[in-house]
Design a protein around this ligand. Structure first.
Ligand code: ADP
Ligand code: MG
Length: 730
């Protein structure tokens, strides 16, 4: 049974089950327990002999295959480490296309041939597992006869112990593939994209520094979220089932006073945050920043950046931890991109850059002239790639829930443009028009670049309306939704920039072959790129209507809805890109596309059904009850002989309530019909279009009339927790 609104409010006002003074390890020195639940370098050294330790280190560095003997040694060390820490089970931990993490737990305990109980975990248990694949989305990659899915250890991401209550499980980060090795998850394409980028970034680095041996991509995510009391959550079926409020009149006070952003953190929330941070630190998730966000009840947390593969795992793990730790504090974490209409939505900015093994950030300008040409090279090539593949990048963040954000006048627009700040705009402008690409020109450019003040400090957050912004020493991708796995946008960034660097290298080498000096050759190519991608640079207000018109003139795409945006995934251009880079075969690409489309359909189906139920079972009965009260009153007033004019207010109210009741009922019926029609389409993409064009508009219209009823009906009779309560009751 769902809680009633007043029940829920009662629970909150009388909460005695909060522990604000839980043992706070955060007050201790964080370094004393940081990473204690991770099978990290220190643990490996302790539990493995030197030879095995050095071999596994080398494999982690090189990405080479693990042989069986070494797998057995690692498994044994991991088992002893985990058991010393009290773990009883192990699980392959993976990220299927549902977007959530998945684990299949197996016990270390087993019976040997004599029926004796032993604790066992061998190399094959570490290297591979076979969860029942058929319950995970596969987009047609698996026919029933090969329904099995396989998980395989990814040694580049360290194993960790997950503590749930008293239970402890050794979790092994894995990729998830079909019998034929096709990817059923987010991780395999990400890993492939990273090595692809590395392969083509290294030769470009060698133009400037022959010592570079490795290039990694780095990711620092910023996670936004809302917190509400669990009683309120349980009293809102729409939040429980869809993650967002489908109905609800705006609160008279929302975020307009802007008194929440960076304000003092409420005590309960603070307890949650400290608890969460402690758990993160035990798992080596390097969270550092916490603050209030713009919306009431909205917060943000951000770590220090890490290598992309590990950062992606850490963000997925974090989302899982948030949910669990929230429950400990009687709170629910809302990760949906738009839980409340009219209030700021939640994003997950992805700060992306590239770094070399000798610790140089390739997107950081510096005062060493040689390095600045390198910076300019990676900077310009990144923008070139984004210009060429903007639609694919846009598609990576398309989802039913992110549609409420992108292009909806607050979060970044659905048009991909690149913000680079005033100084870099000037520099690119000069290169584009005023400089001849020869030795003299190179000197001028280097001189210009060395005069740039500290971009990192200057550029950060200047223009919050841009979906893709250069913030001094990294690009910040702001389109990513709070609920999404970072892997997809990161995979595409790596892939497109990798391919662009490959082209760049070939073009420069061709000029070198003609005897042109290296720096001049580089500048020649960069100059051409700047001319070619100019249209994507935009420094103005990304939310304005003028920009929409201007962007259309510049030929930039504006695709504000998911079914439309996702089509970019199955163009010939996309297939060529993913297949030639080896990141996804066309079969995998189509399957991933299929899963994304179907996920969209299912989300809208659930939302539309929930909306129907809320209206018929909650809103209409409450409104009819109030209608009765009014009707009784009118009858009585008439009976005692009053004039119609004396009770004109009641009559007017009655009329308005009745009109809105009729509207809601009619529209719910129409929506149901439209939904049936959508479901009848045999093709998933067609279903998506039906949902988007024919079902979704009804949901918006129904909300209008249902919210009017909320405005009219007596407060005491209104069953659904109101916006003001969701946002301000703590
Ligand atoms: P803010 O954007 O709030 O001003 P920062 O610019 O310091 O804060 O960082 C925001 C995020 O960007 C953090 O997660 C940080 O670790 C990350 N970040 C900083 N440098 C890099 C980099 N070179 N590569 C990837 N992420 C980075
Ligand atoms: Mg930022």
């Amino acid at each position: 049974m769902s809680l009633s609104r007043f029940n829920a409010i009662d629970i909150i006002l009388n909460r005695s089950d909060l522990d604000l003074d839980f043992v706070d390890k955060a007050t201790e020195n964080i370094s004393s327990f940081y990473g204690c639940n991770v099978f990290n370098d220190k643990a490996m050294q302790k539990y493995m002999d030197e030879e095995a330790y050095l071999s596994i280190k080398a494999i982690i560095q090189s990405g080479e295959k693990l042989d069986f003997k070494l797998a057995a040694m690692v498994a044994d060390a991991m088992k002893r480490w985990a058991m010393d820490k009290g773990a009883t089970h192990y699980a392959h931990w993976f990220q299927p296309l549902t977007g959530k993490t998945a684990e299949k737990h197996d016990s270390f305990f087993t019976l040997n041939a004599d029926g004796k109980a032993i604790e066992e975990f061998d190399g094959s248990g570490l290297a591979q597992q076979e969860p029942d694949g058929s319950s995970f989305p596969g987009g047609g990659l698996r026919s029933t006869f090969e329904a099995r899915g396989y998980t395989a250890w990814d040694p580049s991401s360290p194993a960790f112990i997950l503590e749930v209550g008293e239970g402890k499980t050794l979790c092994i980060p894995t990729i998830f593939v079909t019998y034929g090795g096709e990817s059923l998850d987010y991780k395999l394409p990400l890993l492939k994209s990273q090595s692809y980028l590395e392969k083509h970034a290294i030769p470009v680095c060698h133009f400037f520094d022959k010592e570079v041996k490795r290039v990694i991509t780095t990711l620092g995510w910023e996670q936004e979220y809302f917190l509400i009391d669990e009683a309120l959550y349980n009293a809102r079926p729409d939040l429980m089932l869809t993650g967002r409020t489908l109905l609800g009149k705006h609160s008279p006070k929302g975020q307009q006073l802007e008194d929440h952003y960076f304000g003092s953190i409420p005590e309960r929330v603070y307890a949650f945050m400290r608890d969460l941070e402690t758990e993160c630190h035990k798992l080596s998730i390097p969270v550092r920043t916490r603050h209030n966000e713009v919306g009431p009840g909205q917060y943000e947390l951000a770590p220090m950046f890490e290598e992309v593969n590990v950062a992606v795992d850490h963000n997925s793990l974090l989302m899982d931890l948030m949910e669990r730790i929230g429950k400990r504090h009687r709170l629910r974490v809302l990760l949906h991109e738009k839980p409340f209409a009219g209030v700021n939505g939640s994003g997950k900015h992805n700060n992306w850059s590239m770094a070399t093994n000798n610790g140089k950030n390739l997107l950081s300008p510096g005062d060493v002239p040689g390095r600045n040409l390198r910076f300019l090279t990676f900077f310009v090539n990144t923008i070139k790639a984004v210009h060429q593949f903007a639609d694919i990048l846009r598609a990576t963040v398309a989802s039913a829930s992110n549609d409420h954000r992108l292009g909806a006048n607050e979060a970044p627009p659905a048009i991909v443009s690149v913000y680079i700040g005033e100084e870099m705009t000037q520099v690119l402008g000069m290169i584009e028009t005023g400089i001849t690409p020869d030795a003299e020109g190179v000197k001028k450019v280097l001189n210009l670049l060395s005069k740039i003040p500290n971009l990192a400090q200057d550029n950060t957050d200047r223009n919050r309306t841009s979906p893709f912004a250069f913030t001094g020493n990294k690009f910040e991708i702001r389109m990513v939704g709070s609920n999404q796995n970072c892997a997809r946008p990161m995979t595409v960034m790596n892939t497109i920039v990798g391919q662009q660097l490959k082209t760049f290298y070939a073009e420069v080498t061709a000029l070198l072959g003609k005897g042109i000096d290296q720096d001049a050759a580089i500048l020649t190519i960069l100059q051409r790129y700047i001319k070619e991608f100019k249209a994507i640079l935009f420094e103005g207000d990304g939310y304005s209507d003028e920009w929409k018109n201007e962007a259309a003139k510049r030929g930039l795409a504006n695709t504000p809805n998911t079914p439309e945006a996702l089509k970019a995934y199955i163009t010939k251009e996309a297939k060529d890109l993913f297949e030639s880079t080896g990141v996804l075969t066309h079969r995998e690409l189509e399957a991933h596309y299929e899963v994304m489309v179907e996920t969209y359909n299912l989300h809208l189906q659930i939302e539309s059904r929930t909306m129907g139920e809320l209206c018929i079972n909650w809103i209409l009965p409450a409104a009819i009850q109030y209608q009765n009260t009014l009707a009784d009153n009118v009858l009585k007033l008439k009976e005692i002989g009053l004039d119609k004019d004396d009770y004109r207010a009641q009559l007017d109210l009655l009329k308005r309530v009745s009109e809105n009741i009729n509207k809601v009922k009619e529209l719910v019926e129409k929506m149901t019909k439209a939904r049936r029609k959508a479901n009848d389409q045999s093709d998933a993409a067609e279903r998506a279009e039906h949902y988007c064009d024919n079902v979704k508009p009804y949901m918006e219209e129904i909300r209008l009339y249902a919210d009017r009823l909320e405005y009219l009906v007596e407060d005491r009779q209104w069953p659904l927790v109101k916006y003001r309560e969701l946002m301000f009751l703590r």
